[in-house]
Design a protein around this ligand. Sequence first.
Ligand SMILES: [Zn+2]
Length: 125
Amino acid sequence: MRRRQTTSKQSTRCQGRTKSGKPCGAAATEGGLCFFHANPNKAAELGRMGGQKNRHHGLGFADPPQDLNTAKAVKEECARLIENVCTGTVSPRIAACVGALLNLQMRVIHDRSGSPSRKIRTSTQ
Ligand SMILES: [Zn+2]
């Protein structure tokens, strides 16, 4: 006993599209759009609430990095970050942010310790 519901389902599907451009497909309300597409501000509101909730749930660092003044320390922190993301200790959003900062810190360290051009210039003068 198989009932074909595709036609009736399609008519109640949301006509909107997701951020990635795919058909939304969520259950539509009267206007032919789902709740979020009919109320885009509500979605943003809920998203904000969700973000705040995540923060309260401690998806940040339990023990923030203390000393990142050496390339070795930054490297170790990178490894720890990867481990924490994989185990779900740190949210991917925070990890992306920290990852970018670690990248920056690594560059700063390299600039400070290994700027041979400047060293050569001062020694030859
Ligand atoms: Zn929708």
